[in-house]
Design a binder for this molecule. Structure first.
Ligand code: DGP
Length: 113
């Protein structure tokens, strides 16, 4: 998956502002933030979207939500709250085809998703 931007970030080949990482996941700041805090969380393993989550291991699937919540807490979003979004396919306007979660916070967010 040499062409995948997020694989490049996970491998350290493409620069990104990484806020947290572990064996399975990487969190970094979105290049075009839609909120004062906008983090992107990816599995290191390339899967194209949530629709392919079955390609992840049991350990990766089990760890994903814990990692998300931990990253949000570490970013100081835990008390005030945050939104978690993932896009799949054309109607969602998914633009990077490596499963990722947007974590948005740092202000009162729009009441439209
Ligand atoms: P989505 O539309 O759900 O596929 O969101 C992809 C997000 O990825 C979008 O908010 C911008 C972000 N993004 C794209 N390329 C890069 C990059 O090279 N670096 C970083 N940090 N973020 C990127």
């Amino acid at each position: 998956m040499n062409q995948c931007i997020f694989c490049g970030i996970a491998a350290g080949d493409i620069p990104a502002e990484i806020t947290h990482e572990d064996e399975h996941f990487v969190a970094f700041r979105d290049i075009a933030p839609k909120a004062p805090v906008h983090l992107v969380i990816i599995p290191r393993r390339h899967v194209s979207s949530l629709a392919s989550v079955g390609e992840l291991s049991d350990a990766e699937r089990a760890g994903m939500t814990l990692f998300l919540a931990d990253v949000a807490d570490r970013a100081g979003l835990g008390d005030a709250g945050y939104r978690v979004v993932t896009n799949h396919g054309p109607n969602s306007r998914q633009s990077v085809f490596h499963l990722h979660w947007h974590v948005l916070g740092g202000a009162l967010l729009s009441d439209s998703m």
